[in-house]
Design a protein around this ligand. Sequence first.
Ligand SMILES: [Zn+2]
Length: 459
Amino acid sequence: MPVKGSDADDEGSAKPVEAAAPRAKRRRSQPLKVANQIPQSRRKEIEKALEDTSPTPKKWSRKDGPKYHQFLRKRISPGTVRQIEFDLLDVDIGESWPIPITVVHGARPGPVVTVLGALHGNELVGPLALTYLCGPNFLGEGEAIDPAAMAGTLRIVPVVNLPGYRRQSRYMVDGRDLNRSFPGKPDSNTTSRVAHRLWNKVIKSSDHVIDLHTAAVGRTNMPQIRANLAHRASNRIARAFGIEAILDNEGPKGSLRRLANDSGIGAITYEGGGSNEADPESVQVAIYGVLNVLRSLKVLPGYPSRPRFRILASGSVWIRSDQGGLLDVLTPAGSFVEEGETVATVTDPERPGESYDVLTPTRGLLISTATHPFVNAGTPIGHLLPVTRGIKTLRKRLDPEGCLVTSGSDGDPPWREDEDVEDISVIGEWSGGSPDAEWGRNEESLTDDEAGEADPNWT
Ligand SMILES: [Zn+2]
């Protein structure tokens, strides 16, 4: 992925975050907006969810005094940080796979936010972003995450699927997909046991969950959020993350996000870059987004940054090759492409000199592209959000190569009111029922003994 420069940043002269802060209080109670071009049925669902004013049971009040945080049989004092090990399996002998969890317990009461990386073991953007967040540049006195200035509790889990991470694999050791195994069972297969323990011991007691991912093997994603916008708490943190692309969907069956939503927990998935790589821009955007959510929830002091616009997508268009051969993608993920533009070429080593151009069926934002060069006729090579409105606004955020400069990837963007963010909706539906269904089976080969129960809708 080419480095997206700040040349096209038209917001360089804007005021820094803190300088604009006094404007915040003036309009803070404004209701959340729903883009008016989202399909009517979906729009009604989202509006209904956002209007729901039924009181949620309060576990804490900011007026309460400081309290210990009880987690995994440990007591964590207010205003302190503690490293805890959590065993993925409850055993007396053999592998228990202890994973490190950093718990930052604020001096004042507030929500519990859990941030997860590498639920898929080979998706390294989350582990990198979260390791940085636990490091001295972000965590400590006077830093962005200062326990003495914090309200509520932050649990950071850089690597969830440790066995997969060590084997550089998406899966658990039994070949199953942990993020399709929730809620799991205590007496079933290995992955199911891990899912059950993780859910009950770590996730269930959270108010909000941010789950960091990348695209699966053979493709790459531009930074994007996936969230059920009809789930109130999730809608809030999806917007608070502060980036441009939000894909509205429920999340695959058995995924952590879906179970969290069903249990009343606000949950979003961030996707950026590809597996087995450390795309620095995606890491930077992940850090930026997590801090934005924490500021928005008042866990951290300060005000969240917001993008100039948001694309709220309820559907997409797939770009496929009609010929087989070797693929050369010309427009990277994040490109804004015109109808009929050549996004890739296909050549065939057995037919030198002949090549085939893959054209976009419609204008839009390319949120994901194939990275595996081998294609057959019908192989998806790109995933497009068919943007028809707000083009002028969107163009202002393109770099000279025509790639969207995602907020957070080009330094500090300006602070702005939520109502000043232009919502651009993309109408449609997800082919196959979920944003990634059309990618088909993962290229990462499963050995016979790993065959498991993997789902084709890998994200
Ligand atoms: Zn993933």
